[in-house]
Write a protein that binds this ligand. Structure first.
Ligand SMILES: *[C@@H]1O[C@H](CO)[C@@H](O)[C@H](O)[C@H]1NC(C)=O
Ligand SMILES: *[C@@H]1O[C@H](CO)[C@@H](O)[C@H](O)[C@H]1NC(C)=O
Ligand SMILES: *[C@@H]1O[C@H](CO)[C@@H](O)[C@H](O)[C@H]1NC(C)=O
Ligand SMILES: *[C@@H]1O[C@H](CO)[C@@H](O)[C@H](O)[C@H]1NC(C)=O
Length: 264
């Protein structure tokens, strides 16, 4: 339904012009950031959370310098008698990842891996993302690049990382968006494969993979994540294959001319 979406290279016009229902991207609310703060052993607690997914033993007020990870998929929860591992991350952990800007890897609009009510806008690679919040009852949707009304619980897409198992995990049923799970913390950032490429696991048993460009013909094609490189597609042994090429210094790829030109 609704609007035509002009996705890439339109971040600015997207922010300035587009609105979806009652929710305009311009009207997002920037969130405050909070980080996990480890507390001290208080003489009562037997364990103290030292991260969102691990804890340390307390002997009186003395903290033992051993970090014990919670079981796979569980989080350390702060309680008065002693911090325990359980299925629900503490508020502190949710807000520290949900609202925290990440370092942009490319331009564009990104979902948040932990909180479907917020999204990130990246205006330049290596800058911090700007965090925006959808209106109550709305969740961010990558297909329409905007906030849509949450009809079903499944409209909310987030990513769960298994504790103790570092892995690359696809964001929902997307093959363009994925997260990197470090095996310790909640995922901090969603990554996007360049236009025309798809995330592909190296094998069915290895939880690692990379974006693989899908050549539509021979020639040079832009890398939408990186303007100073391009994909060179050619035929080798009867198959269409590609290599990623960096432009020479001080040049950028021009997708009309299909070669690198001096950057202005
Ligand atoms: C929302 O956007 C409208 C214009 O579309 C603007 O007048 C209004 O100030 C914005 N509200 C906030 C809270 O930024
Ligand atoms: C705790 O142990 C780690 C490694 O086991 C060490 O790097 C760190 O310095 C220790 N911290 C303290 C306060 O002893
Ligand atoms: C994205 O990639 C597709 C397929 O490679 C291409 O047809 C389309 O023009 C590209 N769009 C942009 C904005 O680069
Ligand atoms: C690419 O080159 C064409 C032809 O010289 C020019 O018209 C166009 O503005 C260039 N595009 C960019 C993004 O520099």
């Amino acid at each position: 339904m609704l609007l035509t979406v002009a996705l890439l290279f339109t971040v600015f016009s997207l922010i300035c012009e587009r609105s979806l229902g009652q929710v305009s991207l311009r009207n997002g609310t920037a969130l405050n950031t909070r980080a996990f703060v480890k507390q001290d052993c208080d003489g009562v607690k037997t364990y103290i959370c030292d991260s969102c997914v691990s804890r340390r033993p307390c002997v009186g007020v003395q903290e033992i310098n051993v970090s014990i990870p919670c079981a796979t998929g569980s989080y350390c929860t702060t309680l008065t008698a002693g911090d325990r591992c359980g299925p629900i991350p503490s508020d502190e952990c949710i807000s520290s990842t949900a609202s925290k800007p990440f370092t942009c890897t490319s331009l564009g609009v990104f979902p948040d891996p932990n909180n479907c009510n917020v999204y990130h806008v990246c205006l330049a690679a290596k800058d911090n993302s700007n965090v925006y919040k959808c209106a109550p009852g709305y969740v961010f949707d990558i297909a329409s690049v905007g906030c849509i009304r949450q009809v079903l619980p499944t409209t909310c897409v987030t990513v769960r990382c298994a504790v103790g198992s570092p892995a690359y995990v696809l964001y929902g049923n997307s093959r363009q968006y994925y997260v990197i799970c470090d095996g310790q913390n909640l995922p901090t950032q969603v990554m996007r494969c360049p236009n025309g490429s798809f995330f592909t696991f190296f094998s069915t048993t290895l939880p690692y993979g990379e974006c693989v460009y899908s050549c539509t013909g021979q020639g040079n094609y832009p890398n939408s994540n990186n303007p100073i490189s391009y994909f060179q597609c050619y035929i080798s042994n009867g198959r269409l294959v590609y290599t990623e090429v960096d432009c020479p210094k001080n040049t950028v790829f021009n997708s009309t001319l299909r070669y690198c030109v001096l950057s202005t």
